[in-house]
Design a protein around this ligand. Structure first.
Ligand SMILES: Cc1ncc(COP(=O)(O)O)c(C=O)c1O
Length: 403
């Protein structure tokens, strides 16, 4: 079996507690090689950059390796496209502030109801300060889809940027970002893609997506709490003028990174990408080739489990699932049990050893569009290490509640 789920699960110490970890969209667990890489980095010793000794060179090496690893993961042209930051939220605020230098009052930005608030509020607040108009693309509350024309219909000659998610963290919906990007580029707008939910579940080629910028958070794909912004073209980073300390590097991508990078966490990022590249036992070749093969196997595994989840939910009379998109979705379902608050449903499941999220999960615009801003929903999100027994436990727990 090329995708050996038992073997994969065996690498995750946290899974040994026997619970069903169905909260991957809120953050995945970390495999032993990532834990080892982080602690080994500390064990051998790390120093800040610029020292004429080995521990300093090791830190510099880790930064470069982490950039290469993320570039491989998302199909970026080269490591200089990769900017690290503490979180996707922080990176988006940083780029919003930087991009706004080129905006004038009366310009426009487009955000969407499908997005996590991390790819909405930074643009809304920055736009307000710069005198821009914000246009919000509406999702279809029945299907949970974001029709392309709902975004492209808002474009004008004044549109400076479209902020769009590559996958909804609540509904799993995958909008046609490439089609949106094509139209956005025709009017001269940049496309800022939130890949935080997308990257752990899809073969990412940022060039094919048409993203000018793409964010991803390593803690959603078996890595540490560290995020990256990837520019499709390193020249884009050269054109921007971020606020920075006077003595901080002038070169990109370094000048976008504030303060000292978390070198040990970067060792964890490299190990996490290697781990993802090795999920399929038959993956061979360069890291990009191994990632391509392992990601295809991971997608097949997750899609099959998502089918079990979606079919099981639809068979439960007392469960209402939100958004029923037609195309492929990430393995995520948002639902409610009418008559029982989402928090109580999550508690019921937690008492039975099943971890799921509840509430809005920061999909602020989405829960409002769905009319469930009071209490949000229950979100079950599967990961590359989920097995079928965990999905069955969730369904059994829900079955008890709705019987
Ligand atoms: C789709 C999506 N975008 C952005 C974020 C924010 O990521 P971070 O925690 O790295 O700021 C999340 C976090 O859950 C998310 O799911």
């Amino acid at each position: 079996m090329a995708y050996d789920i038992a073997k994969i699960r065996g690498q995750y110490p946290a899974l040994a507690d026997g619970r069903a970890w169905l909260d991957g969209a809120a953050g995945t667990q970390v495999p032993q090689p990532v834990i080892d890489a982080i602690s080994d980095a500390h064990r051998v010793g790390l120093s800040n950059l610029g020292g004429p000794y080995e521990s300093s060179r090791r830190s510099a090496g880790l930064v470069g390796q982490a950039r290469s690893a993320v570039a491989d993961l998302v199909g970026a042209p080269d490591p200089s496209c990769v900017v690290f930051g503490p979180s996707a939220t922080a990176l988006t605020y940083r780029f919003a502030a930087t991009l706004a230098d080129g905006w004038s009052a009366g310009d426009e930005v487009v955000v969407t109801q499908l997005d996590h608030d991390a790819n909405v509020r930074p643009w809304v607040q920055t736009a307000r300060r710069a005198g821009l108009t914000v246009r919000t693309a509406e999702l279809d509350p029945v299907t949970g889809e974001l029709p392309v024309e709902n975004v492209t219909g808002l474009l004008s000659e004044r549109t400076r940027l479209v902020a769009i998610t590559a996958a909804s963290n609540l509904l799993g919906t995958i909008p046609d970002v490439a089609a949106v990007a094509e139209r956005a580029h025709e009017v001269g707008a940049l496309v800022f893609v939130d890949g935080v939910q997308h990257c752990p579940h899809a073969q990412v080629r940022i060039g094919e997506l048409g993203a000018d910028f793409y964010t991803t958070s390593a803690y959603k794909w078996a890595g540490p709490h560290l995020a990256a912004l990837i520019a499709a073209d390193p020249q884009r980073l050269e054109e921007l003028g971020p606020d920075k300390l006077a003595p901080a590097p002038e070169s990109s991508p370094e000048r976008f990174e504030l303060g000292t990078n978390p070198f040990a966490a970067m060792a964890g990022v490299v190990a996490a990408v290697e781990h993802l590249a090795g999920l399929d036992d038959e993956a061979t070749g360069t890291r990009r080739e191994r990632l391509a093969r392992s990601t295809a196997s991971r997608e097949a595994h997750e899609d099959a489990l998502a089918e079990v989840l979606f079919a099981g939910l639809s068979e439960l009379d007392g469960v209402v699932r939100y958004g029923l998109p037609k195309g492929r979705v990430t393995p995520t379902a948002l639902f409610r049990v009418p008559g029982t608050e989402p928090a109580a449903v999550a508690q019921h499941l937690a008492d039975r050893g099943v971890n799921v999220s509840n509430g809005h999960s920061y999909g602020w615009e989405t829960v409002h569009a769905l009319g469930i801003e009071q209490g949000g929903g229950v979100r079950a999100s599967l990961s590359h290490y989920t097995d079928e027994s965990e999905v069955r436990r969730l369904l059994e727990g829900l079955g008890e509640l709705t019987a």
